[in-house]
Design a binder for this molecule. Structure first.
Ligand SMILES: Cc1cc2nc3c(=O)[nH]c(=O)nc-3n(C[C@H](O)[C@H](O)[C@H](O)COP(=O)(O)OP(=O)(O)OC[C@H]3O[C@@H](n4cnc5c(N)ncnc54)[C@H](O)[C@@H]3O)c2cc1C
Length: 430
């Protein structure tokens, strides 16, 4: 069940940290967010170290669909209404810069990078699509209202030209070769900026937590501010060769892109720990629309969803001046990680960055979703019996499709034998 990216890229290996070290900046986590932080810090000649619990690029990043776009769903009409046009313009600028960064990296590293148009579509809600086009046009973006012509069903869509797609692992392994990384080095505990791993202690001046779901609970309230949403992907041979990249505006809808001779279809998403049929619906869709196709790969993954569709990138909390975080990508981690890594590489070096306020984790959390998250957590903590998540004690749900134990509160996942698969839990089931 590994992704096409894992199959079509050659990993680079790093040694384990065995001796105590001092460093100016410690990055915890070797997914796209952590590796890009290391990349920018290296460019700025900073003294840094990245530690990864397992092998790099084996977490969520290995299982993405890797579309590089600043069109993060139908968020801009709502964002303009809530935060204003200047804010939405800055958000787009940060992500456009990220797209440009990818273009220039792809000139140096072979990562199957292709420029593509991106479409967010809706089968039923033309008005929402129309409002989004209007909102994007009002801040100077060349968004177009159109009908999808390549999909096996008809839908209205917002089109943005000249976005991109790639193989993320080829790029990240290419970058990582020259970075200062230790693998199989799990951070067990933070005592201020003293970091305890299994074999060694790291004394850092500043810390970047890039562990996907942040694992430090006593600051920042990330366990209230985020939940995880899981989706499934299949890769088909002998189907269509689409020119564009597509995603439904509805969280439960489908996403499409090609990779070489494969068509990738993603979907059947749900909050982690809720009803889940695995890949079965996607397989039915393949049989219905692409009857001559063959499934070559299938995989699944999940991402952290924030209260307001904007990632949390910046100081971990107001009272942790030396600890930073990069998380909450809402399934748009390619550009968000690039934009966020550049931002954090400035903040940890005490330099100014124009996007600091856009992504600040200390912004207001008064949103309806906060109460939904809180209610859901309390409900699953007080229900008696069953297997409990080591993170905060929520009752785990059995995921029939994947044969795993999943936490409906914060999205930790465990194999049927109790081995930790996805954080924020830091350990196996007892
Ligand atoms: C189905 C799906 C499709 C997606 N498609 C797209 C897309 O098309 N475009 C897009 O922009 N985004 C997409 N995303 C989102 C994107 O894939 C993610 O946002 C991104 O990969 C997350 O990267 P990360 O570095 O935060 O996490 P990860 O890749 O999980 O990296 C975190 C790392 O931290 C390590 N770690 C954890 N705890 C510790 C510890 N205590 N000590 C040391 N290391 C630790 C883990 O082992 C892991 O390697 C998609 C998401 C999903 C769910």
């Amino acid at each position: 069940m590994s992704s096409v990216w894992s199959d079509k890229s050659k990993p680079v290996k790093f040694r384990k940290l065995k001796n105590d070290i001092d460093t100016d900046i410690l990055i915890i986590g070797g997914g796209i967010a952590g590796i890009l932080c290391a990349y920018f810090l290296q460019q700025k000649n900073a003294d840094y170290v990245l530690v990864e619990a397992d092998r790099i690029c084996k977490g969520i990043t290995a299982n993405t669909t890797a579309k590089i776009t600043y069109q993060h769903g139908l968020i801009f009409d709502d964002m303009i209404n809530r935060f204003g046009k200047d804010f939405a313009g800055e958000y787009i600028k940060a992500n456009k810069n990220a797209l440009e960064q990818y273009k220039s990296l792809a000139d140096k590293i072979d990562c199957d990078f292709e420029v593509k148009d991106n479409y967010i579509y809706s089968v039923f809600n033309k008005e929402k699509i129309y409002n989004e086009v209007k909102a994007l046009n009002s801040i100077g973006e060349n968004a177009r209202l159109c009908k999808t012509s390549e999909l096996p069903f008809s839908a209205d869509a917002v089109k943005i030209e000249n976005q991109a797609q790639f193989n993320p692992l080829k790029l990240l392994y290419g970058i990582s070769k020259d970075l200062n990384i230790y693998e199989y080095t799990k951070v067990r505990e933070l005592i201020g900026t003293k970091v305890i791993t299994d074999k060694a202690v790291i004394n850092a001046r500043k810390i970047i937590v890039a562990t996907h779901f942040p694992f430090v609970n006593k600051h920042g309230f990330y366990f209230f501010k985020m939940y995880q949403h899981r989706s499934y992907v299949i890769a088909l041979k002998n189907s269509e060769n689409l020119q564009g990249m597509y995603v439904d505006e509805n969280k439960r809808g489908l996403s499409f892109r090609t990779y070489k001779d494969l068509l990738l279809i993603g979907g059947e998403g749900n909050k982690t720990g809720q009803r889940c049929a695995g890949w079965s619906e996607l397989i039915s869709i393949a049989e219905k629309y692409y009857p001559n196709s063959e499934i070559k790969y299938k995989w699944a993954t999940q991402d952290c969803m924030t209260l307001d569709d904007i990632p949390y990138i910046g100081q971990y909390s107001e009272n942790t001046p030396n600890m930073f975080v990069i998380t909450g990508f809402n399934k748009w981690g390619m550009t968000s990680a690039m934009a966020g890594a550049e931002l954090l590489s400035d903040l940890v070096l005490e330099r100014e960055n124009e996007f600091e306020n856009i992504f600040s984790p200390s912004r207001s959390i008064i949103r309806k979703q906060l109460f939904v998250n809180g209610f859901n957590a309390v409900k699953n903590i007080v229900i008696p019996g069953g297997k409990r998540c080591p993170h905060m004690g929520c009752k785990l749900k059995w995921n029939k499709g994947e044969k795993t134990w999943d936490c409906p509160c914060h999205g930790s996942r465990f194999s049927k034998y109790g081995t930790l698969l996805d954080n924020p839990s830091t350990g196996d089931l007892k």
